[in-house]
Every structure is written in C-alpha cells, then in structure tokens.
Design a protein around this ligand. Structure first.
Ligand SMILES: NC(=O)C1=CN([C@@H]2O[C@H](COP(=O)(O)OP(=O)(O)OC[C@H]3O[C@@H](n4cnc5c(N)ncnc54)[C@H](O)[C@@H]3O)[C@@H](O)[C@H]2O)C=CC1
Ligand SMILES: O=C(O)CCC(=O)C(=O)O
Length: 528
C-alpha cells in the first residue's frame, strides 16, 4: 500500500527526508496553492504537512476523505481547524520543540534592535544621512524584562536576557515562587509584570482567554516609556490600543513579529518610527525549519506505519468498547474540569480526582485524562488532549492523583475533583442521573443541585440578610436574567455562596462592580 503525503508549505528536502526515503510513501510538494486548488486535490492524500501559511479549514478537512494525519511543522496550530479534524478522525501532530531556540533568539534580536534603534538607523543611513543624535538608544543592562507566558520560549528568552544583565519578572499560571527562585527570576502576577517591567514580551498561545491580553487597560498599568514585544501570535496585543499607546507617549518602542491579520498588516502602526517589525520570522532559521520538519515527518511516517503519534494535539480515536462504557460521563467530566479551572486562582500544584459508586470498578483513566484536558486547556489551549494530558501535567510539575472509593455518598455515581494551587484548594463534584442528566452537587464543600451548562455566576459572600436581593437587583438593572439560583452556607452569618445560571454572559466589568458590594467577597463568571 502506497500512502500519499501532500507538503503544501515550503519545507526543505533535508527536513522531510524520512518521508522522501520511505518506500511506502509518495510525497507531492505543492506550495502556494489557492484554497480552491487545495480543495481540488486534498481528496487524494493520506497525510498533509503544513507550516503556518496553509489554512486547513473545515471545508478542506471535509473534502479530505482519505486524510489520516495533518502534520504542523511548528508549534501553533491556529491555522488548522482542530475540531473538524477531530470530528473526522484526523490526528493532528505538531513539532513543539524544534523552533523554541530560534524564536527565543529572534525575540532577543528584536529586543536589542529595538533598544538601539538599529533598523531605523540603518534605514536613515541608506538615505545618505549621518544622523548620530537621532538614534540614541537605551541599555538593557539592569532593566526589568517582564515575560508573560513562561513556557518553552518564554523560559529560553529569560536565560538569554539574564546574560544581558536584565532582571526578569514572569507571569504564567504554571510558574510558582519556588520555581522562579530556582531560575533566579521573580515570579509575579500579570499586574506585577505590567507595573514593574521596562520591557514586556508575550509568549502565550493565542486563545479565547488570551485574545487582546495586552489592550488599553494593560497599557494604562505599564510604566511610561515601556517597550513591548510580540513574537508569539498576532491578536495577543491589541494593535489599535498599541497604536494609541505609542502616539500618546506611553510606549517608547514596539517590536512585532506577528500581526492580527497576517499577511495583511496594520500600516498605520508600522509607519510609526517607534515600531520595528518582521514578517513572522521567529521560526525562520535553517536549523529550526529542518528540526520541525524532521520531527513532524517522523511522526507522519510512524503514523502511516500504524505506530502511535508522540505529539498529537487533538483527540485520537477511542475504541468502541471503552467509548460505550465511559461516554455517558464525558460531558460531566468536561463540565466539572472546565468549571474548576475557571474558579481556581494561582499556579496548579495538584489535581485529585475521586470516583465513587458504580464507577469504582471501571477503568476510569480516559475520564481522568478528559478532566485534566479541560482543566489544563484553560491555560494551554488546544495543544492539550486526552493523549498528552498526563505528559503535560508532569512537564508542568503538577501531581495528578486518581482515587476510588466504595462510598457513593448517597449517589449512584460521583466524580469529585480537587485542585490545589499555590494560593488555595477548590473542589467540585457531580453526578450523572438516570436518563443522562448531569448535575453539579458540591462546590467548595457547599451542597448544590445545578445543571452545569451555559453562563454561570459564582458568588462568594458573607451570610447577611439582603445580599440575595442586592444581587438580584444588580443583575436585573444590568439586563442579566437569572434562570436558576442556588444558595448555600456553612453556618449562620458565616461564609456563603450563590450559584446562578443566567441567560447571557456577564461582562468582567460588571462582575467587578458586583464584587464591590460590601457583603460580597468574590464574583466569578463561568462559561460552560
Ligand atoms: N513567531 C513565531 O514564528 C513563533 C511563534 N510561536 C508562538 O509562541 C507562543 C509560545 O510558544 P511556546 O513557548 O512553545 O508555548 P508553551 O505552551 O511552551 O508556553 C506557553 C505558556 O503560556 C502560558 N499562558 C497561557 N495563558 C497565559 C496567560 N493568560 N498569562 C500568562 N501565561 C499564560 C502557559 O501556561 C504556557 O506555559 C505560541 O503562541 C506559539 O504559537 C512559536 C514558535 C514560532
Ligand atoms: O512555520 C513558521 O514559520 C511559523 C512558526 C510558528 O509561528 C509556530 O510554530 O507557532
């Protein structure tokens, strides 16, 4: 059997040698295709290999009737419709490590070039000017570099910036004070980073939660004369807010490798003398391109030989037998994990899942993976799936415990999850009732009885007369209709909670306003 692999973005022959040499594989290189050209030919192929240019849309995946695997020679998979790939049983693999160093080095190149205004001075010199006064720079030595997103690339940037004598402060849900201290850097919240840094660089994935991570409010929190870098993903920094922050004198310089609408770029932003930019070149080195191509080609060759993928980023096929037993609990696990991730604060250190009642005799490993996925997805995005969930948790030094108990605490089945972070311990448990309904039955030791779905608001308050009325009035005045409300308290006059299902998402600004009511301790909005 000969498998056909399409390489639709530029990748060197050295990089894809393993595929070119494989006897059972035929490789076609067709770069620069239009969407229509891709749609016309994709039906012939068993695997597709891309970088970031090819948009692997749902339409493409639906036409790809023979497709088994998509390989992304790089990290970000935002050019691939992962949901569509999963639905069609297509495994998506990436090469998460091969371009880390190149991107960290590019960030350093941009940092130094921006501080010393190298591109501007070069451009001026090319215009036959000799203008030494116009290009006075600033030193990096003893300045504070704020790193938002301390994963593979953020970590490598930190090491290199330390070589320049910079002080590093970093923010990441998986970074703790102890880990930071070991690395000789400072751990901080996002606010700490914004307030203290002279230079700020972002290295998070682009997710719903990180879209416009740096916008008007965040620029307002920064020091005057701050320098900002984005060598991760367009959309993390709000380009219009950046434009205003530069024009208003808040931001002294910006380095951009990525843009919100690539390959279209914001010309107004680029025309500012404070901005230096490159066309998404972070991973564009000979070494990185070869490494990511080698890694992903090996994955594709293995998969086409029937071996499991090492770096899958979407869900693999589940055997029918396992699916039948566990499928009824999938939705409960997803909702419990997602609920808990949204209410937890701080860096996660330990996750404990306890299965009770009828689940105690079943192999629940796939359910634990699903729960982990929905907790970690909140921070890491689509790179997490059931296959790599344990591996990623281990990499992030998170302890995962799976327990079983004979007691169902009065329920036929019960799944309880506890998350311990460096700030707090939060718990949630739920059950699946005859007929398929799922219910949240306990949150932070408060007994509730709620269907975990849609838009929810979780309010922690002190038990005093009139609080429920104040919340009802506030939501009514702001056109947030309450569908259901559950209240709970541990003792009279002590800590209490309200858990509401509402008809629409409540904006963060409104949640903050509600949290300012004196009896209210905390308001969290949850989307399930
Ligand atoms: N310019 C380019 O050519 C390249 C860009 N990239 C991009 O760089 C980014 C980072 O890549 P890696 O370091 O390999 O990923 P990674 O997964 O190792 O690290 C990302 C980190 O961001 C953290 N994070 C998520 N949400 C956060 C938040 N709200 N605040 C603070 N931290 C948060 C995560 O906990 C994680 O530790 C990705 O967006 C990737 O697509 C990667 C390679 C090349
Ligand atoms: O393939 C490229 O050059 C883009 C790399 C990138 O942005 C990534 O790996 O996330």
């Amino acid at each position: 059997m000969i498998y056909k692999v399409l390489v639709s973005d530029p990748l060197s022959d050295d990089g894809i040698k393993e595929l070119l040499d494989a006897e059972h594989i035929q490789v076609d290189k067709k770069t620069g295709m239009t969407e229509q050209e891709l749609l016309d030919c994709i039906g012939e192929y068993d695997a597709l290999l891309v970088r970031s240019q090819t948009q692997v849309t749902r339409k493409v995946i639906e036409k790809a009737t023979k497709l088994k695997a998509i390989g992304r020679a790089g990290v970000g998979t935002d050019n691939i419709d992962l949901a569509a790939a999963t639905e069609h049983g297509v495994v998506v693999v990436n090469a998460p490590n091969g371009n880390t160093i190149s991107t960290a080095e590019h960030t350093m190149a941009m940092l130094a070039a921006m501080a010393r205004r190298v591109p501007q001075a070069y451009y001026s010199l090319r215009q036959d000017e000799w203008n030494r006064k116009a290009f006075i720079g600033v030193e990096l030595y003893r300045k504070t570099l704020g790193i938002i997103g301390f994963g593979r690339i953020g970590g490598e940037v930190a090491k290199r910036a330390q070589g320049f004598g910079m002080r590093i402060i970093a923010s990441d849900p998986f970074l703790t004070e102890e880990k930071a201290a070991k690395l000789g850097i400072q751990y901080g919240s996002m606010e700490d980073v914004l307030e203290q840094a002279d230079f700020i660089t972002v290295h998070t994935p682009l997710l719903k939660e990180t879209h416009h991570l740096i916008s008007h409010e965040q620029f307002g929190q920064m020091k005057d004369g701050v320098y900002v870098l984005n060598c991760a993903r367009g959309g993390l920094v709000d380009e219009n807010a950046l434009l205003e922050a530069i024009q208003g004198g808040k931001v002294a310089g910006a380095s951009l490798d990525v843009f919100e609408n690539e390959p279209q770029i914001n010309h107004e932003l680029l025309a500012l003398p404070e901005v230096i930019a490159t066309p998404h070149l972070g991973a564009s080195t000979v070494e990185a391109q070869e490494m990511v191509a080698v890694d992903v080609s090996r994955e594709i060759a293995d998969m086409l030989s029937g071996k499991p993928a090492k770096n899958p980023v979407n869900m693999p096929a589940v055997s029918k037998e396992v699916l039948q037993k566990l499928e009824p609990y999938f939705s409960l696990c997803e909702k419990l994990g997602s609920f808990l991730a949204q209410i937890s604060r701080g860096a996660i250190a330990e996750i404990t899942v306890t299965y009770s009642g009828e689940l105690q005799d079943t192999n629940v490993d796939p359910l634990t993976r699903l729960i982990l996925k929905h907790i970690l997805k909140h921070y890491l995005g689509q790179q997490i799936n059931e296959v790599n969930a344990f591996h990623v948790a281990k990499q992030k030094e998170i302890v995962v415990n799976e327990q079983k108990t004979t007691s169902g605490y009065g329920f036929t089945n019960l799944i309880a999850i506890t998350v311990r972070t460096n700030q707090e311990t939060r718990t949630v448990s739920g059950t699946r009732i005859e007929g398929g309904r799922i219910e949240l039955v306990n949150v932070d030791q408060y007994r509730v009885d709620v269907i975990p779905t849609g838009h929810m608001i979780y309010i922690h308050h002190t038990d005093q007369p009139g609080v429920i009325g104040k919340v009802g009035t506030f939501l009514g005045q702001n056109d947030v209709n309450i569908a259901t409300m559950q209240v709970g308290r541990k003792e009279r006059g002590g800590d209490a909670i309200m858990l509401l299902s509402v008809d629409k998402n409540m904006e963060q600004a409104l949640a903050d306003e509600l949290a300012a009511v004196p009896e209210i301790i905390d308001v969290t909005t949850i989307e399930l």
